[in-house]
Design a protein around this ligand. Structure first.
Ligand code: CTP
Ligand code: MG
Length: 181
């Protein structure tokens, strides 16, 4: 695969793991996932992880994976790149893993005594990758190895933080998010 194909495959494959975070911002608020409970004097997760945000984030990512499957042939003829199709198990667990990674990062942040919204560089930008990729590997190992070649994985790790920071900056400027990170 040439470098353009690697980048196109990386972006296409990661879309269902990228969307949940942004969708959660739009669908968030309401009952917190930890139901307001604390652990050792600190919130378990905090008000930044809500039941509705988590569900909306997951559903948006799964919906996008289904849409991308429909658009696969069109995408291939437009880009000239062999694009991956998401198996149903991946449609379900990929965005779920993204949300779980983000939730795990909040758990960690509260244990480190960081308030809701406080930045935790590197982890904030990659938590959803660390959550989504292993889950996809667990449910569809052959598909995973085929899609996420070492080159594709490298592009994901380099490009994801840039996209994440850009998306959050835009959400902040649009007044959708309280912090620019
Ligand atoms: N959000 C949500 N449910 C989620 C994830 C996000 O409702 N599972 C919404 C919340 O309104 C949250 C916003 O999206 O404030 C931004 O998400 P994020 O930056 O992940 O949360 P933070 O507010 O920064 O909280 P934390 O410090 O726990 O990460
Ligand atoms: Mg945040």
């Amino acid at each position: 695969m040439d470098i353009v194909a690697v980048v196109v495959v990386a972006l296409w494959a990661m879309c269902p793991a990228y969307l949940p975070n942004s969708a959660a911002v739009l669908g968030g608020g309401g009952r917190p996932l930890d139901l307001g409970r604390s652990m050792g004097g600190r919130r378990i997760l905090g008000d930044g992880k809500s039941i509705s945000g988590t569900f909306v984030g997951w559903a948006a990512g799964a919906g996008l994976a289904l849409v991308l499957n429909e658009l696969n042939a069109t995408g291939e003829s437009l880009s000239g790149v062999d694009l991956p199709e998401f198996p149903l198990a991946v449609v379900i667990v990929f965005p779920l893993g993204a949300m779980l990674g983000d939730i795990a990062a909040s758990f960690l942040k509260r244990r480190l005594d960081r308030e809701r919204g406080a930045p935790l560089p590197v982890i904030d930008q990659l938590d959803f990758v660390v959550g989504s990729l292993p889950l996809a590997y667990l449910v569809a190992p052959a598909w995973f190895v085929d899609t996420f070649t070492p080159a594709v994985l490298l592009v994901v790790v380099v490009v994801t933080p840039v996209l994440h920071l850009t998306a959050n900056r835009i959400a902040y400027l649009l007044d959708l998010k309280d912090e620019p990170w």
